[in-house]
Design a protein around this ligand. Structure first.
Ligand SMILES: Cc1cc2nc3c(=O)[nH]c(=O)nc-3n(C[C@H](O)[C@H](O)[C@H](O)COP(=O)(O)O)c2cc1C
Length: 232
């Protein structure tokens, strides 16, 4: 049986998620992502873009990849893990920003990858320097709709490991909201993807959905004295 996820009271100030499966409802409290997690995300996303612009300075591309674990108790192995490219959402004006991104992509496809690289990277840098980002969730694109997809249809709970050799590693446990092409989140997330990886074919690819993962717990996963400690 498939699940429905309700974020309550609303997505701007979320307090709990209800996982609805037939007549059964499981409620899980939602939390803001830990400050050190968000700080590390912003610090290295800015540094990574500056690195792409100048080839200078520190970078840590690991901030972009989370290893997402989902469950299927009836499967041959009850656990599945897949790498997923991770992004952050703005707290306000998702739709307006998505429209701006879409016009930059169009311009990029019309004028060329190299010719528009500086402008596209500057937009991304502005996003991480000036725009308030949502502190409760992060996102990823489901590209293949295989095992992770099947698992979260039955249970949206997930664990996402952010592992780094250069700074703190985190485990974020969360619940997954599935958002299709008719949503503002889908437009924003796939737009950011295409703005960076400008489609070479001249046509934008359609993905099955994006996931918005709402945090429910966070742990330190760095080796050392704080290894395994619960942060929130
Ligand atoms: C660095 C890296 C980034 C990846 N990013 C994504 C992604 O953003 N979305 C995605 O669906 N798969 C991504 N993949 C592929 C997944 O690891 C996996 O092969 C795919 O999601 C299918 O896994 P599943 O059937 O367990 O869901 C990525 C793989 C690597 C190595």
């Amino acid at each position: 049986m498939e699940c429905e996820l309700r974020i309550k009271p609303d997505k701007h100030e979320p307090k709990e998620a209800e996982i609805v499966k037939g007549t059964e409802i499981i409620s899980v409290p939602l939390i803001p992502l830990p400050k050190p997690f968000l700080e590390r995300q912003l610090k290295f996303r800015r540094a990574n873009i500056r690195f792409f612009m100048t080839r200078e300075g520190n970078h840590d591309f690991a901030v972009h990849v989370g290893y997402m674990g989902t469950v299927n108790p009836d499967g041959p192995s009850p656990i599945n893990i897949a790498a997923k490219g991770v992004g952050l959402l703005p707290r306000h004006d998702i739709e307006e920003l998505a429209a701006e991104i879409e016009s930059l992509i169009e311009e990029g496809m019309a004028k060329g990858e190299k010719e528009t690289r500086e402008k596209r990277l500057s937009f991304l840098l502005k996003l991480y320097e000036q725009i308030e980002l949502d502190p409760y969730s992060f996102t990823t694109i489901e590209i293949y709709a295989k095992t992770t997809w099947r698992n979260i249809m039955h249970d949206p709970r997930c664990s996402v490991l952010f592992s780094s050799y250069r700074s703190t590693s985190f485990l974020i446990n969360g619940v997954t909201e599935v958002l299709g092409p008719d949503t503002q989140e889908y437009r924003f997330v796939t737009g950011i993807h295409d703005l960076f990886h400008l489609p070479r074919s001249g046509e934008r690819r359609r993905f099955p959905a994006v996931y918005r993962i709402w945090a429910i717990e966070a742990y330190n996963r760095t080796p050392g004295p704080k290894a395994g400690e619960k942060i929130v």
